[in-house]
Design a binder for this molecule. Structure first.
Ligand code: IMP
Ligand code: MG
Length: 429
C-alpha cells in the first residue's frame, strides 16, 4: 500500500540549535506538522513576513494556511500559557482553531506542577537542574506514576478531578516544607480561563488521525523540542528534561510505527551551547566563549538566560547521530565563527584513566576534550549567495565533519543580509 511518510526534525545538542528556523523553511513541503514531546519549556524562534515569533507549544506549521498541526500525546500543555501564545497568534492574523488539533492524551501542566518544579529545584540546592520552571518534570512524573491529568479529562467532571490532583500536590508540597504560594490564586484563575479557551479547539485521538493522514499519503513533519543531550534516557542525566527528545520519541509521542519514519534531520550548530546546569565538556570560559555568545546572540528564548558556549563536540554529535538514526545533518550559524583565526572541534575525550575514546561514556563531567584545529576562513559568509562562494577553509571543515559523523550535511545555514533579525537563510551545499 502506498502510504505517506513521516520525517523527523530534531536537535542534536543541548537544544537551541535553531529548529524553529529550519521547520519554517521545510514546512511548505509537508501537509502536517506535529509536536511529539516537551511543552512550554521550548522556545522556537521563527520569522514570518518580517515579524518574529516565539512558539512554545504550538507547531511551527501554523503560519502556513491549509496545514494540519497536531499537538501529540507526548506533549505537556499549560492551558494558561497556551492561551497566551494562541491568542497572540490569532491577533496577528493567524487563525488557529481549524488548523490546530490537540491530542486528548496530552497531559496538562497544572499551576501546582510549576510550584513543585520550584520546590524540587530548591530541595536540590547547588545540584539543581536549572529547569525552565514550567512544571515539565513534575507533570511527566505524574504521567509516569499514573497520576496525570489529561486534555481528555477536560470533557468530563473536570473541576472535581482538578481539585483531587491539586490536593495531592499540596500534600507533596507540605512534605517538602514549601510555603510560598504567592500568586497561585490568580494563576489558577487564568489557568481555568485557558481550559475554557482550549475547549474551542479540536480535541482528537491524534494517533488515529495521524495514521489516517499517512494512509492518505500525506507528508508529516515531526518537530522535536530541546535536544538529544537533554533526552531523559540518553542525555547528561540528571541534567536533562523529562521527555524522550530523540527520534523514538516521535513514535511514542504520536503513535507512529517506527517503520513509517523516513528522513531524520539532525540539527546542530557549528559550535555548542547549553542553558541550565550540567556537564559540558567543550565549554569555554574565556574571551572566545564570550565572543561566540555575543556574535551568536546566545540568550534563552524562554528564560532570557545567558547560554553557556563552547566548541563543537564531535564525540557527542556522533553519539546523537547514532541514537537518532540521523539521515541528514543541518548545520546552523556557521557565520558566527567567520572572524576566528582558528576553529576547534573536539574529536575525542580523554578519560580520567588517561585513555582516549570516541564513544560517549557514562559520565561526561570528568572527560577532557581533545581538539583538532582548523584554519579559520576569515570571510563574511552571510554574503555568500551560492554554495561555491563558501570559502575553501570552510569547505574543508565541513568535509571533515561529514567524514567524522559519517553523515551528509545537507543544509548549511547562515544569517541572511535580507533579514534584520537573526533569521538564517538555508543553502544547500
Ligand atoms: P525543564 O525541561 O524545564 O525541566 O529543564 C530541564 C533542563 O533542560 C534545563 O537544563 C533546561 O535549561 C533545559 N531545557 C529545557 N527546555 C529547553 C529548550 O527548549 N532549550 C534549551 N534548553 C532547554
Ligand atoms: Mg529554544
Amino acid at each position: 500500500m502506498n502510504t505517506g511518510k513521516v520525517d523527523v526534525l530534531l536537535g542534536l545538542q543541548w537544544g537551541d540549535e535553531g529548529k524553529g528556523k529550519v521547520v519554517d523553511v521545510l514546512t511548505p513541503r509537508y501537509d502536517v506538522v506535529a509536536r511529539f514531546q516537551g511543552g512550554p519549556n521550548a522556545g522556537h524562534t521563527l520569522e514570518f513576513e518580517g515579524q518574529k515569533y516565539v512558539l512554545r507549544s504550538i507547531p511551527s506549521g501554523i503560519f502556513q494556511g491549509g496545514k494540519v498541526n497536531i499537538i501529540g500525546n507526548g506533549v505537556v500543555l499549560a492551558p494558561d500559557l497556551f492561551m497566551g501564545e494562541a491568542k497572540d497568534l490569532e491577533k496577528s492574523g493567524h487563525p488557529l482553531k481549524e488548523r490546530l488539533h490537540i491530542s486528548k492524551k496530552a497531559h496538562l501542566i497544572m499551576p501546582t506542577h510549576r510550584i513543585l518544579d520550584r520546590a524540587y529545584e530548591a530541595a536540590k540546592g547547588k545540584d539543581k537542574v536549572g529547569t525552565t520552571g514550567k512544571g515539565i518534570g513534575p507533570t511527566y512524573t505524574d504521567k509516569i506514576s499514573r497520576n496525570g491529568l489529561r486534555v481528555g479529562d477536560i470533557l468530563c467532571d473536570f473541576e472535581q478531578k482538578y481539585a483531587a490532583h491539586k490536593d495531592r500536590h499540596m500534600k507533596m508540597l507540605a512534605a517538602l516544607g514549601w510555603t510560598d504560594f504567592e500568586g497561585l490564586e490568580e494563576t489558577e484563575k487564568l489557568w481555568m480561563e485557558g481550559i475554557a479557551y482550549m475547549k474551542e479547539f479540536k480535541f482528537v485521538d491524534s494517533e488515529n488521525e495521524i495514521n489516517r493522514l499517512l494512509r492518505e499519503s500525506k507528508h508529516i513533519l515531526c518537530e522535536g523540542a530541546q535536544g538529544t543531550m537533554l533526552d531523559v534516557d540518553f542525555g547528561s542525566y540528571p541534567f536533562v528534561t523529562s521527555s524522550n527528545t530523540i527520534c523514538a520519541g516521535a513514535c511514542t509521542g504520536l503513535g507512529i510505527g517506527p517503520n513509517k519514519v523516513g528522513n531524520v534531520y539532525g540539527i546542530m550548530k557549528a559550535y555548542c551551547t547549553r542553558v541550565g546546569s550540567g556537564p559540558f565538556p567543550t565549554e569555554l570560559f574565556d574571551e572566545t566563549g564570550k565572543t561566540i555568545r555575543d556574535l551568536g546572540h546566545e540568550y534563552g528564548a524562554v528564560t532570557g538566560r545567558e547560554r553557556r558556549c563552547g566548541w563543537i563536540d564531535l564525540v557527542q554529535l556522533r553519539y546523537s547521530v547514532m541514537v537518532n538514526g540521523v539521515t541528514e545533518l543541518i548545520m546552523m550559524k556557521s557565520d558566527v565563527l567567520d572572524s576566528f583565526e582558528t576553529i576547534k572541534a573536539c574529536v575525542a575525550y580523554e578519560l580520567p584513566d588517561g585513555t582516549e575514546t570516541k564513544d560517549s561514556p557514562y559520565e561526561i563531567d570528568n572527560v577532557k576534550p581533545i581538539y583538532k584545529d582548523f584554519r579559520g576562513w576569515k570571510k563574511d559568509m552571510t554574503k555568500c549567495k551560492s554554495q561555491d562562494e563558501f570559502p575553501e577553509e570552510f569547505r574543508e571543515y565541513v568535509a571533515f565533519l561529514e567524514n567524522y559523523l559519517e553523515t551528509r550535511i545537507g543544509i548549511i545555514s547562515v544569517r541572511s543580509e535580507e533579514h534584520t533579525s537573526e533569521l538564517q537563510s538555508l543553502r544547500r551545499i
